[in-house]
Design a protein around this ligand. Structure first.
Ligand code: PRP
Ligand code: URA
Length: 209
């Protein structure tokens, strides 16, 4: 079973609380999303493999460490996942970025896929699927299934806020995927929104409501 890691560093908790507040503006929400995801990306990559390299400092020759691992792909689930891309690219400027377009049907709450474009060499990359919200888990489950169809193997899912129902569903559907979250919330309401949550992440990022 994949690991579920709650990144509850005080800075992350503080910024997520600001994001939850109704009065937080779209501009501040966007900036906070970038800051939180950079902090989460830092934690999420704590165990990336290193290798030795010989270098020369102005003082002498020395053996030091550089990253040895696979290259990284960041895959936001459109559209709210877009709010996480710049924060991850701040850490990994050479990462490739794929996109998966999904929206939840407002009646059925089931995800509907409308777009998928991934890096050609996705099978060789360490993949971070990013989306602020894991509610029922339907969107994350379908997005990861699409990535696997194109050969993606080494997949991690990163979100801000997760409901227990979504975590369980994602773990059951993709037990090989580690889940990184900033906050685990209480439950879903009757419209499958997370409580206490932060509302509609896409609308709050892009000001569409
Ligand atoms: C939101 C969110 C996730 C999804 C989570 O997107 O960004 O993708 O809902 O819900 P689930 O776990 O129940 O699938 P939404 O469908 O509102 O689309 P949007 O990003 O285009 O606003
Ligand atoms: N999508 C959101 O944007 N927010 C929720 O609480 C659930 C799904």
């Amino acid at each position: 079973m994949g690991k579920v890691l709650v990144f509850d560093h005080p800075l992350i908790q503080h910024k997520v609380t600001l994001m939850r507040k109704t009065e937080t503006t779209n501009k501040d929400f966007r900036e906070l999303a970038q800051e939180v995801v950079t902090l989460m990306g830092y934690e999420a990559t704590r165990n990336l493999p290193l290798m030795d390299v010989e270098i020369e400092t102005p003082m002498c020759k020395t053996t030091q460490k550089v990253l040895a691992g696979e290259d990284i792909a960041i895959v936001p689930i459109l559209r709210a996942g877009l709010g996480f891309v710049d924060g991850m690219l701040a850490l990994y400027p050479n990462a490739k970025v794929g996109h998966i377009g999904l929206y939840r049907d407002p009646e059925t709450h089931e995800p509907v896929e409308y777009y998928c474009k991934l890096p050609k060499d996705i099978e060789k990359r360490e993949i971070f699927v990013v989306d602020p919200m894991l509610a029922t888990g339907g969107s994350a489950i379908d997005a990861i299934a699409s990535i696997k169809k194109y050969g993606g193997k080494n997949i991690k899912f990163m979100c801000l806020i997760a409901a227990p129902e979504g975590i369980e569903a994602l773990q059951n559907a993709h037990p090989d995927v580690d889940i990184y979250i900033a906050a685990k919330d209480e439950k879903l309401n009757e419209n499958k929104y997370i409580l206490p949550g932060l509302g509609d992440a896409g609308d709050r990022l892009f000001g569409t409501k």
